[in-house]
Design a protein around this ligand. Structure first.
Ligand SMILES: NC(=O)C[C@H](N)C(=O)O
Length: 501
């Protein structure tokens, strides 16, 4: 049994075997392994093909046969036959300057070659896992009846109240001259429109706009004075730091919803866990408690990891070999073990106890009320509990205004999912659904009540208990692959000094 197939891809390795034939391994990025082709001398253009180097793009037509060689099931035989075999060089690759001609590049070197690094085994594998995690995310929420909401990228609201926002400015010239050639606008011939009666709108429906205005001739482009800054959004606007407040609007109408989009934080952070542009998954659950929130977060994380074990095993084995020994076992443990849940207060007591007994030293102080540093979070997950944990009921002073205050008046119904190596992967809370209490928090946090008028109205008109969380997608990719630097799990990292591509 043989099959004639046509494939295309980039040469990984090419080597001649005597003068009679040559071996070429090509890869099209669909999996870690490429396809080996044996090309014989009698094929047209053999002379040119025998000189191809790594990176060349090729199209091959040949017969797929069982491979006699070890480590591969099939190989492609390309030789002169009556079955239309052939080789076509699509794009040659300058071997002398091609940055990936040599094997075994460091990740740092590859970060500077963001346009070419997808061709390496590491970035091919990261990309395939990332893709499946995104797919698993939709699968998880969609099969549970959540609606996917596209929340805005440009917004005037600072969800977290943390002020780490990129401001959006226009590049249009200050002096109202339009860019480029101005089209001449001929005013249309004046035509009077008859007044039409407005049809009665059904209750609750939008009123149809009455066609009562006479159509005015458009003003010539130059005549209009435009204040671009003001006309654009009317107030300073920013790139979103979170879709949460927007998705809450939809949660208070469609019940369970989620958003999955890019978010931006203008942190001048050089750590291996932060990016200025990252993707966040933010579900919002209606008629739900903090308990429901924790359950959803845990089930979602486990679902995603299970999905990549089932669909990316070859890639995971590669990561295990190259980056993290025991990766697959670790993932299976996460899936199989219930996440330990404990109040923030208890976690602080554990850490304080360890410090007192001289069992651990931290750079950052630990006391009730502190925002735990990543060294504390890592210690808890890696050394104390040996797996992911969920901390909840955090001091209200270190958390955002929208979180529901507990009866003790000191803590809020917040939760963070912490995982080994990474620290916080999920942050969420039950939202304050009571308008009075929300207003009190807005005041305490010294925020502008007026700016949140629409958010407050959700509490005014048919409020419901609801909660939600945000998962930093890149941190999930790090968790699933064992990659240690967040810049290596996103196609084009946006971090200080890195925005060229
Ligand atoms: N949707 C969420 O709860 C995420 C939270 N607003 C954050 O940015 O961390």
């Amino acid at each position: 049994m043989y099959k004639i197939i046509q494939v295309a891809g980039w040469v990984r390795t090419a080597r001649a075997s005597g003068k009679e034939f040559m071996f070429v391994e090509i890869n099209d990025g669909s999996s870690l392994k490429g396809l080996q082709a044996v090309i014989t001398k009698d094929i047209e253009g053999f002379e040119a093909i025998s000189k191809v180097t790594t990176g060349t793009s090729l199209q091959l037509k040949g017969t797929l046969i069982k491979s006699p060689a070890q480590g591969q099931l099939f190989e492609l035989q390309v030789s002169k036959t009556d079955r239309g075999h052939g080789v076509k060089i699509l794009g040659t690759c300058e071997g002398k300057t091609y940055p990936l001609a040599r094997k075994g590049h460091g990740l740092e070197f590859l970060r500077e070659k963001a346009h070419l690094r997808p061709r390496t085994n590491t970035f091919g594998a990261v990309t395939r896992v990332r893709n499946n995690l995104a797919f698993a995310t939709h699968l998880f929420f969609q099969t549970r009846g959540f609606q996917y909401i596209h929340t805005p990228i440009i917004t005037a609201s600072d969800c977290e109240g943390a002020g780490q926002m990129f401001q959006v400015t226009t590049l249009l010239p200050e002096h109202n001259e339009p860019i480029g050639k101005v089209p001449t606008v001929e005013p249309p011939k004046e035509k009077k429109q008859k007044k039409k009666p407005v049809a009665a709108a059904a209750e609750g429906e939008e009123q149809p706009v009455a066609a009562v205005e006479e159509k005015k001739a458009p003003e010539p482009f130059h005549a209009k004075k435009i204040d671009y800054k003001k006309d654009m959004f009317g107030k300073p606007s920013f790139l979103t730091v979170s879709g949460q407040l927007s998705v809450e609007n939809y949660c208070c109408a469609l019940s369970d919803v989620y958003t999955f989009g890019p978010t931006f934080r203008a942190e001048n952070s050089h750590t291996s866990r932060h990016l200025a542009e990252f993707w966040m998954i933010e579900p919002e659950l209606a008629f739900a408690t903090l308990q429901d929130n924790m359950e959803c977060a845990e089930a979602y994380l486990k679902f995603c990891l299970q999905y990549v074990i089932e669909n990316n095993l070859e890639d995971l084995k590669f990561f295990e070999q190259q980056y993290e020994k025991g990766l697959i076992e670790r993932l299976k443990n996460v899936i199989d073990t219930p996440f330990r849940r404990l109040p923030y207060t208890e976690a602080v007591e554990i850490l304080e106890g360890l410090i007192k007994e001289d069992k651990v030293k931290f750079e950052n102080k630990v006391y009730w009320g502190v925002d735990l540093a990543s060294e504390h979070e890592k210690h808890l997950t890696e050394k104390v509990f040996g797996g992911p944990i969920i901390l909840y009921n955090y001091p209200k002073d270190i958390k955002a205004f929208y979180m529901k205050v507990n009866e003790d008046g000191k803590t809020v119904q917040a939760m963070d999912v912490l995982v080994p190596r990474i620290g916080e992967i999920i942050g969420g809370s039950a939202r304050e659904e009571n308008l009075e209490r929300l207003d009190k928090r807005i005041e305490e946090c010294k925020l502008d009540k007026q700016a949140y008028w629409w958010y407050r109205e959700l509490r005014q008109y048919g409020t419901v208990p609801h909660c939600g969380f945000g998962l930093g997608f890149e941190r999930l990719v790090m968790m699933a692959t064992g990659m240690e630097n967040i810049r290596d799990v996103i196609p084009f990292p946006r971090a200080p000094g890195q925005a060229e591509f």
